[in-house]
Design a protein around this ligand. Structure first.
Ligand code: GDP
Length: 355
């Protein structure tokens, strides 16, 4: 995949997914599971890795979700997972004053329940009005659990002994009660018909993959039903994006790992990037995407592409990026004046700083 050429004009972009939750409840394991399974499921190897965000196309989601996602029910192109979990990155990563993530997974260890960082994460999700699902993780850690890797969860719950099932349910009801105390009506996801009014709880194990098909199906369904309108973007317009990380890349100097959430960016485009002092005005030297895994040689993990279209992750190489900051806005100037775009970037940085 040397190019992500768009259809001209308005298009539906990929919803951006963030993972939040208390330390050790399984955020990293869950992201690793999604990435790992996606790479295995996607024989063409078109999964975007190591640039701060993982793009999982709809057909790959459908394959990972077994029979739970019929691709013909969806016109959103897939899901883009932000690779850095936790509410610090969620709060830092913003788009035009709102949250960069369109939707979130709140991971709660079913054997440990709500913890201080769970409460903090809920407060942030409520404040930013970000829709979320709860991954009630580590069901396999309940004593006596019998596993079947990557299976949908309802069949697995039915396959347990009465004692194991009741132990799991006890943990799940505690989570549902704590969500209620936090102001959210919640239930097992299969009993939820209106995901706008109720939070769906998905019992799962990031370790065994059980319930992961359900989690992907709920994320995809929720996005399609409630976020579709917000996903319509002009893929021919100048890109807007957010810096995830500023990194040194051999052969390219300082680069930006970024998520583009609107419009498009082309090699050679003039861009404005938020920075510690004044915004940086520079020109894109190269847009880099990870090579498909099968083709990676150690010295050549990236390939250059001509263009990236929202929403996607990309590594941007350009001169003079040293002062750029994680969380800062990126704008393609396009046919606007550099002054106007610089003012916009400066204003947005200030609004982030006030928070
Ligand atoms: P994070 O701090 O939220 O990112 O949590 P991690 O993903 O690092 O997980 C913390 C620990 O819990 C690690 O030892 C994981 O192997 C383990 N873990 C994560 N998910 C599961 C799960 O579903 N089942 C079990 N049994 N262990 C898990």
């Amino acid at each position: 995949m040397a190019d992500s050429t768009p259809a001209d004009g308005t298009d539906l972009r990929t919803p951006i997914v963030a993972v939040l939750g208390h330390v050790d409840h399984g955020k990293t394991t869950l992201l690793d599971h999604v990435r790992g399974s996606a790479v295995t499921a996607d024989e063409a190897g078109a999964i975007t890795q190591h640039i701060g965000a993982t793009h999982v196309p709809l057909d790959v989601i459908s394959e990972m979700a077994g029979g739970l996602v019929d691709p013909t029910d969806f016109d959103l192109p897939g899901l883009l997972f932000i690779d850095t979990p936790g509410h610090h990155s969620f709060s830092t990563l913003r788009s035009r004053g709102g949250a960069l993530a369109d939707i979130a997974i709140l991971v709660v260890d079913v054997t440990d329940g709500f913890q201080p960082q769970t409460e903090e994460a809920i407060d942030i999700l409520a404040r930013t009005e970000t829709p979320f699902v709860v991954a009630a993780n580590k069901v396999d850690a309940v004593g006596g659990w019998r596993s079947e890797p990557n299976a949908p969860i309802q069949g697995r719950l039915d396959a347990q002994t009465d004692r194991v099932r009741s132990d799991v349910e006890e943990g799940l009801y505690e989570i549902i009660g704590d969500l209620s105390d936090a102001g959210f009506t919640a239930d097992f996801y299969w009993r939820v018909s209106d995901f706008k009014a109720n939070v769906g709880v998905v019992p799962c194990s990031a370790e065994t993959g059980e319930g992961m098909p359900d989690l992907l199906a709920v994320l995809m369904g929720l996005s399609q039903r409630y976020l579709r309108e917000a996903m319509a973007v002009d893929t021919t317009g100048p890109a807007a994006g957010t810096v995830l990380e500023v990194t040194d890349q051999q052969g390219f100097g300082t680069t930006l790992d970024a998520v583009i959430y609107d419009g498009r960016i082309d090699a050679g485009d003039r861009i404005v990037v938020g920075a510690a002092n004044a915004p940086i005005v520079t020109e894109v030297r190269a847009l880099l995407k990870p090579r498909p895994l099968a083709e990676i040689r150690s010295d050549d993990a990236f390939e250059t592409v001509d263009r990236v279209v929202a929403a996607d992750g990309v590594k941007i190489a350009a001169p003079e990026l040293d002062d750029a900051m994680a969380g800062a806005p990126i704008r393609v100037v396009g046919d606007r004046s550099v002054e106007a775009v610089t003012a916009e970037v400066r204003e947005e940085l200030q609004s982030v700083a006030v928070e």
